[in-house]
Design a protein around this ligand. Sequence first.
Ligand code: FBP
Length: 537
Amino acid sequence: MQNLSELQKARLTFKPEIAKVLQDLKLAQFVESSKKEVLADVAKSFPNIKDCSELSVTTKNKQSFGSLSLGVVFSGGQAAGGHNVITGIFDAIKALHPESRLFGFLNGPKGIIQGKYVELSQEKLEPFRNQGGFDLIGSGRDKIETPTQFEEALKVVSGLDLDGLVIIGGDDSNTNAAFLAEFFLQKGVKTKVIGVPKTIDGDLQNERVAISFGFDTACKIYAETIGNISRDALSAKKYYYFVKLMGRSASHITLECALKSEPNLALIGEEIEANGKKLSDVVSEISDLICQRADQEKDFGTVLIPEGIIEFLADVKGLIQELNKLLAKDSVQAQKLIEVEQALSESAKSCLKLMPEEIQLQLLMDRDSHGNVQVSKIETERLFIALVQEELKKRKEKGSYKGKFSPQPIFCGYEGRAALPSNFDATYCYNLGRLAALLIAHKKTGYMAALTNLHQKVQNWEGFAVPLASLIHFEERSGKQKAVIKKELVDLNGKVFKIFALKRDAWRLQDSLLQSGPIQFFGLKEITDTVPFTISL
Ligand code: FBP
């Protein structure tokens, strides 16, 4: 039994409510709800799953099921609630047949390839109910990519005689789930593959998936910090907090946290890109805010920066694209900054030169296994501090700035991923797990489990299965076109952004900041059971 705090012990007793359609799983059935288009080029890679229709869950006559054997794996970064997906799967398959078995692949997709797994029993799972982290079985960012790896995965799932495999992951991991589902069908293997939408980034969204799990908890944790730090700024009146928020590409986390905490300025990457802004434009924008506030004798404030911002800035984006191509070639990987610089175009080189050397080096760090820049390792908050400092110095010399600038960098990142899940994430995940198990019991493959109506009572949540192939498009990765699930970025015409845009001007000078406080698990439902703005709006 792992060591648990009093709060962790109390959380063990939380019983996630179950959506009505998922309560008696023997009554639940799937009906085709609509046909989903698959892009012609994508369809070529998925001859067996390209024609899947979207499915919805309904209840009908009672059915009986034989025992099931399922595998489950966490893929990618942690997100609060993951353990509840697993307990949801476990309770569901045991309810369908008491002799059903669940195997957890260890440390991410490589556990599948290497055949490293543990059988998950009631006893093993008990201390993990409603707990944070992915440590029950671990996670990893490896991909099942090469033909050999596909064959190895096939050997392992066949060896275990798995009826199904649940891949709990983000866009790239669900892309992997689609390829595995297709491969197993081509090989005539019975193992079905179902994806579960996970990522704190909130960019795995579609018509049926309003939000991925983990987003709610992470935003609540970051918003608490921002609220506290902003109140510190307001009290001491001497610091500017530059808060970088996790979210590899999309700025959903920053947008949600901005609405929850009302900082003086929140940068939204997608808006910056839409306006074609460059690094220097954003530096001017932040400096303008600081000067305006200094005119009111306010030398303090809070600025939110999404970690993915650098890829939305017109000039930095160009630079990163060039770097990605260069770094994709083994020969250049080991080269030093100076040599890489020589290979860049003039515009990319001058953009790189704008940055402090440590940031230049961070931009050259290894890409992750999916070819993404590791934005969480790039200290964008420090980059902006350094450039704003230079700009303010110039303004001071010209007499247009009279304040005192004392910046403090803050990174809200990893602490939001493995936290005790909010009531929403704990409940959402448990229901997603049940749905994933049900899909496999009904021999469905190549789908993502999805729950809708999340703004309503849990009782009224509806279950869907979205064909994975219909979510895939082509995009450039490591300099090559790849079939991947599209990341959903912040919609500048969407309600959440529009409300933010209406409110933000007042935040610049007024210090109307909000303290949302720590996640609450007990007490008034209006406080314990809140959902993200992305859902409530
Ligand atoms: P996933 O998309 O795998 O859920 O991970 C998201 C994320 O938390 C990003 O917000 C962050 O940029 C990245 O993972 C950090 O990755 P790592 O854990 O490899 O440092």
